[in-house]
Design a protein around this ligand. Structure first.
Ligand SMILES: [Zn+2]
Length: 266
């Protein structure tokens, strides 16, 4: 009941946000972003860590799926590594192929990216090994926000096979051919040399919270870390193998290209 002389602030128990509070919060969020801080605690990022020492390991982790495989972001990565018995030797630093979709595209459009893009990407032109990668949007009940599982084609293949199996079983069980496991808990686990997906279990309020993220803009382009051309030139020139360096532009000008005053004669 609003009584005369009572301010809105008192009614809301002093929790009313002023425009100054909002501006302050926004500025703090910007500072955090600029300093690399995030809404995650230290050591945790938007990318769910995979593998033996990761967050999805043999013990598994329950997350909520925020999209079907058709909504997963597919892009390409240049990576050339060999297992040396203990870890991997890389011919060059792993990086995103410039000839990749910048967001989720239809299969027909994706077909345009399946082959290396010599005109669009210097790494492709240099013949660098190229692999298909997937970003799977999920809701993480532990951090109460969306995250992505960034995974190579081989593993995505395993997950999609499991996804289809669960969905088919559920469609049969519910007699609903439209049944989808998007928005439902999924238990991701490391098995053998890949990952598996089983149906998981979370409280109703988690499912509710996750729903708010379905169909959201996950900023896949930014998450894929596309690099500037200069950056790629540097990275490729540092390669120890696996590429044809003759396609790289000359980075350091030859002696006779330098302005006269920069020529030092001894
Ligand atoms: Zn490329």
């Amino acid at each position: 009941m609003f009584c005369e002389g009572q301010t809105l602030k008192q009614i809301n128990g002093g929790n009313r946000m002023s425009i100054r509070d909002i501006l302050k919060q926004r500025s703090e969020a910007r500072d955090k972003a600029a300093s690399g801080e995030s809404e995650f605690p230290e050591g945790v990022t938007r990318y769910v860590k995979l593998g033996r020492h990761g967050e999805i390991n043999k013990d598994g982790r329950t997350l909520v799926l925020l999209g079907s495989p058709d909504d997963w972001f597919i892009y390409f990565v240049h990576e050339d590594k060999t297992y040396n018995g203990r870890g991997y030797d890389h011919n060059f630093r792993k990086h995103t192929c410039s000839h990749s979709p910048k967001g989720v595209v239809q299969a027909s459009e994706l077909a345009n990216y399946l082959r290396a893009g010599k005109d669009e990407c210097l790494s492709c032109k240099a013949g660098a090994k190229r692999k298909m990668f997937f970003m799977i949007p999920v809701y993480d009940p532990q951090y109460k926000t969306y995250r992505v599982i960034d995974i190579a084609e081989f593993h995505a293949d395993s997950l999609i096979a499991d996804y289809d199996k669960i969905e088919k079983t559920m469609q049969k069980a519910t007699k609903n051919p439209e049944y989808s496991i998007v928005g439902e808990a999924a238990f991701f686990k490391q098995v053998d040399k890949t990952y598996s997906l089983e149906s998981g279990d979370v409280e109703d309020d988690v499912v509710e919270a996750a729903k708010a993220f379905i169909g959201a803009d996950f900023g896949f382009e930014e998450l894929a870390n596309f690099r500037e051309k200069d950056d790629i030139v540097t990275l490729l020139s540092e390669a120890v193998g696996g590429i044809d360096k003759s396609v790289l532009p000359n980075q350091t000008p030859a002696d006779d290209e330098l302005p006269a005053e920069e020529k030092f004669e001894f």
